[in-house]
Design a protein around this ligand. Sequence first.
Ligand SMILES: Nc1ncnc2c1ncn2[C@@H]1O[C@H](COP(=O)(O)OP(=O)(O)OP(=O)(O)O)[C@@H](O)[C@H]1O
Ligand SMILES: [Mg+2]
Length: 335
Amino acid sequence: MSDSVARWRAADVASTFGLGEPVGEARFIARGAMGVLWRLNSASGSWAVKELFDPPEAEGLAPESRFVDAARDMGVASPPLVRAGDRLVVDMPTVDGAASPIRVYGWIDNVGSPKPPLPVERCREAGMLLGRLHRTGITVDREPDDWYMSRNVGGPWLERIDALEHRRPELVAMLRPVIDDLVSLDDLAAQAPRPPWMMCHRDFDPTNTLIDTNDRLVLVDWENAGSLTAEAELAYSLLGWCVDRHSEVVPAAVHSFLAGYADEGVVPAPRGLGSFSVALAARLNFLALMLARVVNDDVSREEQDRAERNAQEVIEGLPRAAMLRDTLDMWEQLL
Ligand SMILES: Nc1ncnc2c1ncn2[C@@H]1O[C@H](COP(=O)(O)OP(=O)(O)OP(=O)(O)O)[C@@H](O)[C@H]1O
Ligand SMILES: [Mg+2]
């Protein structure tokens, strides 16, 4: 799929989502693991149009919708959701006769996402944002998806490595030295959180925030929202926000993040290293998915190469056990 021209028609999306007359064509902004983000201007404003690779699970959309509205009411800075009637996602026809699931958010004028290592003030602001988000406190009955509960994608790591052996030697050279780490992180990832569940963002990291033109953090990318625990989401966020360029945790950043959270809500208690299970399950499942994609000949070479880069990033940033313990100590001390 070319990234420069949208396959769907701007006029169709504008009329379906009630945006008024489109002004010009949609402009490509970013391609992620789950979709492509476009900017579309119209008579009534500017819009972030997300074209999803896979249709979302229908039963997740209503809770997500309520959650985003509740978060915005609570003062969590985030773009408005634009609905087509009561629908968040609509299959739009494409020029090649297929259809793409599309959703629309209000456009946020921004100067980019914050890039680690972040100033402690930014970590504090992120902590406040998360504390406020968790104050929504919407409980849910639904167990979190398997993705968050253990590393269940891809089978044994050795088999994944064998599949890569003759095709991606650089990747294999990165994987071999960390195989024992991967296996012990799998064990930690299996210490899944317990109910009660509440609505969480489930990907609260710097790449899913934007710094707006008032220098304020805005939370985007709500597609993963769903059930989890506050404690699991906090652990996930600490590893995303409070690290340096080498993915080492920065103590001052952890303190600031937790202090910011405490300003807005009650900091959930950790339950030992198992608190990091979701953070690990999500990373390891993503890694396993990318390793499989690298050798999947049903996807383009470009897609395989992108998967290799994603896998390398995860491997380079793999949390070390000592680092998890230090982070846990700081978290426990705050309580
Ligand atoms: N409402 C918005 N206004 C302006 N820019 C946005 C908006 N939403 C997203 N973006 C831009 O698009 C990028 C990608 O968006 P997003 O995080 O939603 O998708 P993704 O990361 O590509 O997908 P995924 O995380 O599902 O793989 C963001 O980093 C940001 O630069
Ligand atoms: Mg994202």
